[in-house]
Design a protein. Structure first.
Lengths: 353, 347
């Protein structure tokens, strides 16, 4: 988008990213946040400011600048906050809030998101569709297809919503216990907003009005062979459907295309998996042949599509107890995602371009 | 219920002693009978001290003759240190509780039993819910040591509750108690100038302030509610965050070595950190405290981070590491940040 209008040096307009979901280059808000960084929200039409920073009539510019960027910003940092210095100071003194599940909003926004940006924008050149179908507030269960040997798809889908959704919501992914047994990865997943794949965690997050991400295929999805790419596996035991019915939250299907080609699993060394105690041991064109270098994903082109929310309000209160109904509904969600996958695959020109 | 007569086991230990002290000011309580092996370190009004082991059948006589209506059992040890070995600890915790409750079954006047258990009964595991509710029973986590003792003691308490349904039974599962004066394996750990951690792991932790622990016991004693309750401060901290807040230095150790390090520290008496608690340092253990707020009306005064800062302000100061223990880059960075701040203020 060459026609991106530059308003001020510090209001970064993001040119160069295209996609049908972004009809034109959108202008970032002109305000500076309380922590001294330029506000990264999109500006509302005509004002140059986002909805948080829109100056109300009679308000001084001071109050605009003092508007908090997020509720997580601690009031304790009264002293002038200037970007990186205060970030470091907070990190080094432990003065930052986390929620009960271990989500660390500051670390996520300031460190993990910028790291993922490279993968998202440059490497996989993700095209995200239908992100506006995710409700602005309130709980919802995001259900997606799981693929690509390592669960990178969950991270990328989370990034898509955290940056492209108007409210920049953070999907709270639900990860299997294996994730939390791993050093480094486990704590990092938690800090990035993930929780444990248990009914308690999913229900509690939904009760708190969060957007919860589940990949019901689990290991079967990520650990399936190349020949079965984009073929949805069994949707677990329908636990996600029970949770949706119990908490009466809508299901948002999401189809992710591209993760299969990023780590094409051409073989599975079952004896090694047994020895290591993992659900599978992937063999890809580069792994384990190239050693750690083989862990680098192939630069496939990704498309993510969020579907329309599927409401569950119409079912009776005790619908979650009706096992047949639960399986039936879970299958319908599965079919929806499968159809979305097929149509995306038809649309795309090639796996890597 | 005026003229209450309360028997406290473990009265010479931290919680028992504080509870007895708390009951001094309560006019409803007429008599406190304290049971322990050592004499309480400070004099307490209304307290009749009886030196008796809870495993001794004599405890039945004490319960009978003192005509107590409330039994508060705080005598479950979290570490073997002072008892001289794990088997002694288990003997006291499990067999002690069994004998005590057997004696209590005969005590006709008993109306209320409050037992202090621990959140250790949940164990720790990678696949456990992030917020453990009271009725969660894990199929995956294998308990050992303190957690197993507590779980077994709770089982005896539940059996007792079944046999004496007219007696109100309350079990409090307290989270790691931390505070200015209490001494536990957790406070020992938090007092180390350089804190060993397992490399690549960063558990979420939750603390209970010592005053809140006493207050929770007191509330349970006074209330009419029954059941099992988790007791913990609000909010959680990461271990790495806690270390930062205390101004300590983190020493990450490779996992297989961590086990050895823990047992070495214990052997040399630096800290009394039970090795079975090592899993806690990998996966953490956070409990859901909604039930106690709703049914007992108990809300801790200190949150997890407030507990930690209170601990730091009272205890941490003289235990802070020498400034030169910190890595050079970090000192330089702090110095740089300080200078920048001053410059800005003068401009």
């Amino acid at each position: 988008m060459a026609d991106a209008e530059i308003i001020r040096l510090d209001s970064r307009t993001r040119a160069g990213r295209t996609g049908p979901s972004r009809a034109g280059a959108r202008v970032r808000c002109r305000a500076t946040t309380s922590s001294g960084r330029p506000c990264r929200n999109y500006a509302t039409a005509g004002t140059g400011y986002c909805s948080v920073h829109t100056p109300s009539v009679g308000a001084t510019s001071r109050s605009v600048e003092a508007a908090p960027e997020s509720p997580a910003a601690t009031p304790r940092n009264r002293e002038e906050e200037t970007g990186i210095e205060n970030f470091l100071r907070r990190r080094l003194t432990g003065n930052y809030p986390i929620d009960d599940f271990g989500y660390d909003p500051e670390l996520y926004r300031e460190v993990l998101l910028p790291l993922t940006r490279l993968l998202y924008e440059r490497y996989f050149r993700v095209r995200t569709l239908g992100v506006e179908r995710i409700p602005d507030t309130g709980p919802a269960l995001v259900v997606g297809n799981h693929s690509g040997t390592v669960a990178l798809d969950a991270v990328i889908a989370q990034y898509a919503v955290a940056t492209e959704h108007p409210n920049r919501r953070v999907i709270r992914n639900i990860g299997a216990d294996l994730v939390y047994q791993l050093p480094v990865i486990g704590p990092l997943a938690r800090k990035g907003g993930a929780a444990v794949a248990t009914e308690e965690d999913a229900q509690e997050l939904l009760r708190r009005g969060e957007l919860v991400g589940v990949y019901p295929e689990g290991y079967k999805g990520v650990g399936k062979g190349w020949r079965e790419r984009y073929k949805l596996q069994r949707f677990g035991r329908g636990g996600f459907m029970e949770t949706a019915l119990r908490t009466r939250v809508p299901i948002i299907p999401v189809a992710i295309v591209g993760a299969e080609e990023a780590f094409p699993m051409i073989g599975n060394a079952k004896w090694l998996a047994r020895t290591l105690g993992t659900p599978y041991f992937p063999i890809t064109p580069t792994f384990p042949w190239l050693g750690p270098l083989g862990l680098l994903p192939l630069p496939s082109k990704w498309i993510i599509e969020f579907g329309s929310p599927i409401p569950v309000d119409d079912y009776p209160e005790d619908a979650a107890e009706d096992a047949m109904l639960v399986f039936d509904l879970a299958d319908r969600v599965r079919d929806t995602i499968q159809q979305m996958l097929y149509s995306l695959l038809q649309q795309r020109k090639g796996a890597f371009f | 219920m005026a003229g209450r007569r309360v028997l406290i086991t473990g009265v010479s230990r931290f919680l028992g002693l504080r509870l007895a002290k708390r009951l001094e000011q309560d006019d409803e309580v007429e008599l406190v009978v304290g049971v322990d092996l050592e004499e309480p370190p400070l004099p307490i009004k209304k307290l009749d001290f009886v030196r008796v082991d809870i495993r001794n059948p004599l405890i039945a006589r004490v319960l009978e003759t003192t005509k107590v209506d409330t039994l508060v059992h705080t005598n479950i040890f979290s570490s073997p240190g002072r008892l001289g070995g794990r088997s002694q600890m288990k003997e006291n915790n499990v067999i002690g509780t069994m004998q005590l409750l057997a004696a209590a079954q005969r005590a006709e006047r008993l109306e209320r039993v409050v037992m202090k258990s621990s959140t250790a009964v949940y164990g720790s595991g990678a696949g456990e819910p992030s917020l453990l509710p009271e009725d969660h029973a894990s199929r995956q986590v294998e308990l050992s040591g303190y957690g197993k003792d507590c779980a077994e003691a709770e089982q005896y308490a539940r059996d007792y509750g079944r046999r004496r349904p007219e007696v109100d039974l309350v079990i409090l599962r307290t989270q790691n108690v931390v505070g200015p004066t209490v001494s536990t394996s957790m406070t020992d750990y938090l007092s180390l100038p350089m804190m060993p951690t397992a490399l690549g792991f960063d558990p979420r932790l939750q603390f209970l302030h010592e005053q809140d622990a006493v207050e929770a016991l007191y509330t349970a004693l006074k209330s009419e509610s029954t059941g099992i309750y988790n007791i913990a401060g609000d909010g959680v901290v990461y271990l790495s965050q806690a270390i930062r807040m205390l101004g300590k230095v983190e020493v990450p150790i490779l996992l297989p070595a961590a086990q050895t390090a823990a047992s070495l520290l214990r052997r040399f008496g630096v800290i009394d950190f039970p090795t079975d608690q090592l899993k806690l340092m990998l996966f953490g253990r956070i409990v859901d405290t909604r039930r106690v707020k709703e049914r007992l009306g108990f809300t801790p005064r200190y949150s997890t981070t407030e507990t930690l800062t209170d601990f730091r302000d009272h205890r941490g100061r003289d235990e802070l590491p020498e400034p030169n223990l910190r890595p050079t880059w970090e000192r330089e960075l702090f110095e740089y940040l300080r200078q920048r701040n001053e410059q800005r203020q003068t401009v």
